[in-house]
Design a protein around this ligand. Structure first.
Ligand code: NAI
Length: 298
């Protein structure tokens, strides 16, 4: 079973994309009475799924989950600082972790709730699960956005571009043109520095731009988490960026941040050690400082 905690915009959408994949049954959980049940009924009436989707307000029903996705929480409201948001959402994430420990102690846990890197750090501490089992989704979404903006510059389909963004899921993210390919070729062979710079800037504000237009994002984050869940349940050993608590990798520890990882049956099975140039390494270091600052404020 895949459990999704938070049946809002991203959670319900992720349920749809995962149900289409037909990987395993899906349980939607929310604190709002009726909401997860209603989303599940609406989803099942698509009538072309081979897996069951159900909704509940009772955590005991997540028992036996192989993967739990946490996407419950508040978006940032006008006048709310990042720290206010971190405080509110960390209380929510902590209480959900308590339920996961009780009912699904063998699950891999993927955090989406923002500020995501900080929430992964909080959840990893709270859960105390074996290393590899707790991670966050953000870099995969940023990489998809970077691929999209590069594809516009290249005049190809987004699916022809593989892009990589590491670092914080936030302002200090580190898009890596050196690790980004169009049909197997480095993008730098096909685009000018100015074009790549433009794609990077658009990626950085990609989420905010959509939030301004429609109040939140849904399709792209849901597709990104579906890729992560699929990699785990199908034991794909896929290389994707994920936020992960570092223990000396990339010279960092004491935080969770986006790095490329190998995702398989056991969750994060390995951290991929990319050869970054000195400028990229410096950007990554600054991004780590930003996340560490947010953790220590909390
Ligand atoms: P939403 O407001 O549509 O849905 C959140 C849901 O969480 C609501 O249905 C609410 O009732 C539920 N909830 C709140 N407290 C709960 C609790 N204690 N237990 C169970 N459910 C609870 O929000 P949306 O747009 O789905 O975003 C959710 C979170 O994901 C936000 O923090 C947002 O910033 C973050 N996000 C992160 C992304 C990433 O790439 N990491 C991308 C998009 C959103």
């Amino acid at each position: 079973m895949i459990s999704i905690i938070g049946a809002g915009r991203v959670g319900a959408n992720a349920a749809f994309q995962l149900a289409k994949e037909g990987l395993d049954s899906i349980k939607l959980v929310d604190i709002v009475a009726g909401l997860p049940q209603g989303e599940a009924l609406d989803l099942m009436q698509c009538s072309d799924f081979r897996v069951d989707v159900s909704g509940t307000n009772d955590y005991s029903e997540i028992k036996g989950s192989k993967v739990v996705v946490i996407v419950a929480g508040m978006p940032r409201k006008p006048g709310m600082t990042r720290l206010d948001l971190a405080k509110t959402n960390s209380a929510i994430v902590r209480s959900i972790c308590g339920e996961i420990k009780k009912h699904a102690p063998g699950a891999a846990v993927i955090i989406i709730t923002n500020p995501m890197d900080v929430m992964v750090w909080v959840a990893a501490k709270e859960l105390g699960f074996p290393r590899g089992k707790v991670m966050g989704m953000g870099g995969q979404l940023d990489s998809q956005r970077f691929a999209y903006f590069l594809s516009r510059e290249l005049n190809v389909a987004p699916a022809d571009v593989r892009a990589m963004v590491i670092g914080e899921h936030g302002d200090s993210m580190v898009p890596l043109p050196s690790q980004s390919l169009v049909r197997g070729e480095p993008v730098a062979k096909r685009l000018s520095g100015e074009q790549i710079g433009m794609a990077i800037e658009k990626t950085r504000i990609g989420g905010a731009e959509i939030i301004k237009m429609k109040g939140g994002t849904s399709w792209a984050p849901a597709s990104a988490v579906a890729k992560m869940v699929k990699a785990i349940l199908r034991d794909e050993k896929a290389v994707l960026p994920a936020s992960f608590p570092l223990e000396g990798e990339y010279g960092q520890s004491g935080l969770s941040i986006g790095v490329p990882v190998v995702l398989g049956r056991n969750g994060v099975e390995r951290i991929v050690d990319l050869k970054l140039d000195s400028a990229e390494m410096e950007q990554f270091r600054k991004s780590c400082e930003a996340v560490k600052g947010a953790i220590s404020e909390l």
